[in-house]
Design a binder for this molecule. Structure first.
Ligand SMILES: Cc1ncc(COP(=O)(O)O)c(C=O)c1O
Length: 346
C-alpha cells in the first residue's frame, strides 16, 4: 500500500530540491512503474521521465508522456525495433549507452547520452580522456545534433555507510561529469546535458555548478535502505507491505504470510539486518524470507498471535513494487487499487 500524503510530500520535496539547485528533474519511473505517479511527478515540475525498460517507456508514452530517457542500452533487434516505434510517437526520446557499435544501431529519431562510470563499476567509460575519446568517435558517427550529453548513476552510494561518505560519492559523481564535459567542450563538442542521479546523492550532486539534470527514483516511496543510509527518514516512507501472522511456532519466532514473493530479497545496505522495518514495532525484525513465509524475530516475536497484522516498510521499494500486480493508494478519504502497469523486466 501507498500512503499518498507521504508520497506527495516526497514529490514536493524533491521538486523543491531540484528547483533550488537550478537543475531539471527527470525522476526514474522504475520505482513506481505507473503513469499515475509519473503524471504527479510532471505536475510537480519534472521535465520528463527516466525509464529502465522499453515496457516502462511504452506504458508512459501510451499515457501521453512525451519526454523520455531510456537509461539502459537498447541492445538487440527486438529492443531496437520497439525503440524505433517509440521514436515515432514520443516528442523527445533519448537513450544512454557506452558502446559505439550499439550507438550505430540506434534509430535516428533518438538522441544519445554517453554513460560515464563515476565509481559504480557497472557500465560506462571512466571520466576523463577515455570518455572524451569515445564521445569524439560517437559524434563523428552520429553527428553533434544527436549527442545530448553525459550521464552517470552513483549506485555505489548504497555502500556508503556514513553521510560524509555519501557526500564524497556525490562529489565523485558530479565532478566526473563536469570535468569530462569541460574537456569535450574544449574540443568543440556541444554538451547540453550533464545528468546525475540517485536518491542518496540527490541533495549533494545537483548543487555542483554545471550539472543540468537529476534522476532520483526511490525517493518517491522511500524504503528501509534509505532510512538506514540516512537519506530519508521513516516518516518519508510511503510504501508498505501488509502481512498477517500465520504461525507462532516458537517463543522467539513467528511466521508471516508475506515472503520473498511480496517483500523483495534484493539489495540491503550495510547496517540493515532485517528485510524491512516493521512499523510501530521496533521489537520485531524480518529475519528470513521464504517464498510465502517471512520469519519474524526480535524481542517481541513471542507476543505475536495468529492473525496479527504487520506493516512492513520493505528494504528496497523498487524491487518490491515490481512483485505486485497492483498497489493500494490510500488517502484519508479513500483507498484505490492501481495496477503496476509497466511491471516486469522487458
Ligand atoms: C541509471 C539510473 N538512474 C537513476 C537511478 C535512480 O536511483 P535511486 O533509485 O537511488 O533514486 C537508477 C537506479 O537504479 C539508475 O539505474
Amino acid at each position: 500500500m501507498v500512503d499518498v500524503a507521504v508520497m506527495e510530500r516526497n514529490l514536493a520535496a524533491m521538486a523543491r530540491l531540484a528547483a533550488s539547485a537550478g537543475v531539471r528533474l527527470r525522476p526514474h519511473a522504475k520505482t513506481h512503474k505507473t503513469p499515475l505517479v509519473a503524471r504527479r511527478q510532471l505536475e510537480h515540475g519534472a521535465a520528463g521521465l527516466t525509464v529502465a525498460t522499453l515496457r516502462e517507456a511504452e506504458v508512459l508514452a501510451e499515457s501521453g508522456i512525451d519526454d523520455l530517457l531510456l537509461a539502459h542500452p537498447p541492445a538487440g533487434r527486438a529492443k531496437l525495433d520497439r525503440l524505433a516505434r517509440l521514436g515515432e510517437s514520443v516528442r523527445r526520446l533519448a537513450v544512454s549507452l557506452d558502446s559505439l557499435e550499439l550507438a550505430g544501431t540506434v534509430p535516428e529519431s533518438v538522441e544519445i547520452l554517453w554513460e560515464v562510470d563515476t565509481g559504480l563499476r557497472r557500465i560506462g567509460t571512466p571520466p576523463g580522456e577515455a570518455t572524451v575519446e569515445a564521445v569524439l568517435r560517437l559524434v563523428e558517427g552520429i553527428g553533434p545534433a544527436r549527442f545530448r550529453g553525459l550521464i552517470t548513476h552513483a549506485g555505489h552510494a548504497y555502500a556508503a555507510a556514513r553521510p560524509e561518505d555519501r557526500e564524497a560519492v556525490a562529489a565523485q559523481e558530479a565532478v566526473g561529469l563536469i570535468e569530462t564535459g569541460a574537456m569535450l567542450r574544449a574540443r568543440g563538442i556541444p554538451v547540453l546535458e550533464l545528468s546525475v542521479g540517485s536518491t542518496p546523492t540527490a541533495p549533494y550532486a545537483a548543487r555542483f555548478d554545471g550539472i543540468t539534470e537529476m534522476r532520483p527514483g526511490t525517493y518517491v516511496f522511500g524504503d528501509a535502505n534509505q532510512v538506514t543510509l540516512g537519506s530519508q527518514t521513516l516518516e518519508d516512507c510511503a510504501l508498505a507491505v501488509v502481512g498477517s501472522v500465520v504461525s507462532t511456532p516458537a517463543r522467539d519466532r513467528a511466521v508471516m504470510d508475506a515472503g520473498s514473493k511480496a517483500l523483495s530479497a534484493d539489495l540491503r545496505v550495510p547496517g540493515l539486518d532485517s528485510f524491512g522495518i516493521v512499523l510501530g514495532r521496533e521489537d520485531l525484525t524480518v529475519d528470513r524470507l521464504h517464498e510465502e513465509h517471512a520469519v519474524i524475530g526480535g524481542a517481541g516475536a513471542g507476543g505475536l498471535r495468529i492473525g496479527d497484522r504487520l506493516v512492513i516498510v520493505p528494504a528496497h521499494a523498487c524491487t518490491t513494487v515490481n512483485l505486485h500486480p497492483a498497489l493500494l493508494y490510500v488517502t484519508d478519504r479513500e483507498a484505490t487499487w492501481h495496477p503496476v502497469e509497466a511491471r516486469g523486466w522487458r
